[in-house]
Design a protein around this ligand. Structure first.
Ligand code: F6P
Length: 581
């Protein structure tokens, strides 16, 4: 049995919050070792279970449930009138919901079919690009947003994503589905076993996440609800579900929706082997990606150097990979207490390419300017060797445009790198690529060895699945670069995030726990002193509820103790260190 699988390993925590024994020393590791640790952590996604402790991604029960869900989607695709598939989540889970809805609606449009997918992200579209943690705590907002999207529909497959089986926003939506079984079939996607679903009371509700899960388990016996929750091991950075949690969500949903599309449009039945093979393809993607260990380490080192010296890391992306960059960059803010300028993503085509529900968000400020033109206008003029720029594209993008932009960047910085995806044998583009970036040539080849399997799914776009693999590969790589760079900057202690705002109840609980782990006396008091910037707690503070605390914490950026007083901190400030001193 692996250490984290043992019932004695951090027994009070769900898997999604446990610390990963493989990455315990990540804060002291070299760039290459960080990459190896992340690879080992990611590989846990595809490991078989030892004993009967947890069901895993490739477990029979998981594959069978995926088949059933795919068949439900197929029914909707065959008769889409007044029907909808809604995907919803908070933070990364909502961003994955967005990516899935976009990709599969695009696939439908290419077949001249109407879209059937909708996404909901807690906090609305601005949460696609920025940290909006508070709405995660609001079950009513979740319920209302679902109700709004489904107005007038007679059949809805609702896919609620909460890696930790914990977000009240999603619990509110699932509860609503359970109350209206004539319209809704609920599916829950997460990475904790059901008995680890969060059981904390939700203010104003009679249910907890766990009680909703228990009701779903009952209905699952008659296939009126579905639970897809394989264990994939603790995150490399404890609780950072943007990493494995996000990757596995993407894998699960792409497998289900691709199988449903194949069944509907190419008459290929949903089969156990088909689902399994598709998942194995992603396992191969992981191997192919991390085979570039040297290149990834160099990139991580360069990004870390930039961040340490106060420089920026910019991702310039093309096609569907650009959104992956945008998302990775936006997640650095809540995960590492990063400034929005530290890591930024830009998309060729901007909001037109993103095609989000609410359209362009540029009126919200410069953080929401995401097009390459915005990069040229806002970032390029002040770019220097301190800043690292990463081009992310594939052989199917406009390579001339890539070259043009690369030349302009090189006039300002030699710290230019590229992640380039191609199918085997496309050497012409690779040669051109080398000439753009003589400094580091990082090329990831995704072989189309899968072509026999892929041909099952091929519709109008021969490379549909290859694109999904490229996206996963890009996600793994960018997650590694941004996480590793922040580790090198000192934003992680052991394998814990220590520079986070405690702006929702889950983060509040995590912060309190962290302080307890490090044996701080009266740890919750210490956290409250940091939030309210006081040396002594007043009766008012002590008697307030968690909502009030997380509301107050929203106005804190970094918190540290300076000369005995609690005050807004500088770049080294963090909740944990502040109470350690
Ligand atoms: O609120 C913080 C956070 O942990 C995000 O980082 C994460 O993406 C989001 O919550 C959603 O978590 P879950 O998928 O477990 O509901």
């Amino acid at each position: 049995m692996r250490e984290w699988e043992s019932p004695d390993y951090e027994p009070s925590l769900p898997i999604s919050e446990k610390s990963n024994p493989l990455t315990r020393d990540i804060d002291r590791a070299s760039a290459t070792c960080i990459v190896r640790m992340l690879q080992a952590s990611d590989a846990q996604m595809f490991q078989e279970g030892t004993g009967t402790t947890y069901k895993r991604l490739l477990s029979e029960q998981v594959v069978e449930t995926l088949m059933e869900v795919a068949k439900r989607v197929e029914l909707i695709l065959e008769d889409p009138q007044d029907s909808l598939v809604v995907l919803s989540g908070c933070g990364t889970s909502g961003r994955i919901a967005f990516l899935m809805a976009s990709s599969f609606n695009r696939a439908l449009r290419e077949l001249n079919k109407s879209p059937v997918y909708s996404y909901i992200i807690a906090g609305g579209d601005k949460a696609l690009l920025s940290s909006q943690e508070a709405p995660e705590d609001d079950p009513r907002m979740g319920m209302l947003s679902l109700k709004r999207v489904c107005e007038g529909k007679r059949r809805v497959l609702f896919i609620g994503i909460s890696c930790g089986l914990s977000a009240p926003f999603v619990a509110g939506q699932l509860d609503f589905c359970l109350q209206h079984p004539e319209v809704f079939t609920p599916v829950l996607v997460g990475v904790n076993p059901t008995h680890q679903a969060r059981d904390e009371p939700i203010p104003g509700c009679t249910f907890t996440f766990r009680s909703v899960v228990q009701r779903m388990q009952e209905l699952a016996k008659s296939q009126k609800a579905f639970l897809v929750n394989p264990a994939v091991g603790p995150e490399a950075i404890s609780g950072s579900s943007r990493m494995k949690g996000g990757s596995v969500t993407k894998i699960l949903l792409e497998v289900v929706l691709s199988a449903a599309h194949a069944a509907t449009f190419t008459n290929t039945s949903v089969t156990y082997m088909g689902i399994l093979q598709h998942m194995r393809a992603y396992e191969k993607t992981l191997d192919i990606t991390y085979a570039q260990e040297e290149g990834i380490s160099a990139l991580l080192e360069a990004a870390g150097r930039s961040l340490r010296r106060g420089g920026r890391v910019c991702y310039l992306g093309w096609g569907s990979l650009a959104a992956t960059g945008l998302i990775d960059a936006s997640e650095c803010i809540p995960t590492f207490g990063a400034d929005y300028n530290d890591v930024r993503g830009f998309v060729s085509g901007g909001y037109r390419e993103l095609n989000n529900n609410e359209g362009p968000l540029i009126s919200l400020g410069p953080d929401f300017c995401i097009a390459h033109e915005d990069f040229l206008r806002l970032a390029l003029p002040s770019l220097s060797d301190l800043d690292a720029v990463l081009l992310v594209y594939t052989h199917s993008d406009d390579v001339c445009d890539v070259v043009k932009l690369a030349r302009r960047v090189r006039e300002k910085t030699s710290n230019l790198h590229a992640v380039y995806h191609q199918v085997d044998g496309d050497t012409a583009a690779a040669v051109q690529q080398v000439s753009i970036c003589p400094s580091i040539y990082l090329s990831i080849y995704l072989s189309i060895y899968l072509s026999i399997y892929l041909s099952i799914y091929l519709s109008s776009d021969e490379y549909t699945l290859v694109f999904f693999q490229w996206e996963l590969s890009t996600k793994l790589l960018l997650n590694a670069v941004s996480t590793g760079a922040h580790v090198l900057k000192g934003k992680i202690y052991q394998n814990h995030m220590i520079d986070v705002q405690v702006t929702n109840s889950k983060l509040y609980g995590r912060a309190t726990r962290l302080l307890r782990v490090y044996q701080i006396h009266r740890c919750e008091d210490a956290l409250l002193k940091a939030i309210y910037r006081v040396d002594e707690l007043t009766a008012d503070i002590s008697s307030s509820d968690i909502n009030t605390h997380t509301l107050a914490a929203r106005n804190r950026t970094k918190v540290r103790r300076r000369g005995g007083a609690w005050s807004a901190g500088g770049s080294n400030g963090c909740v944990t260190c502040s109470v350690c001193v």
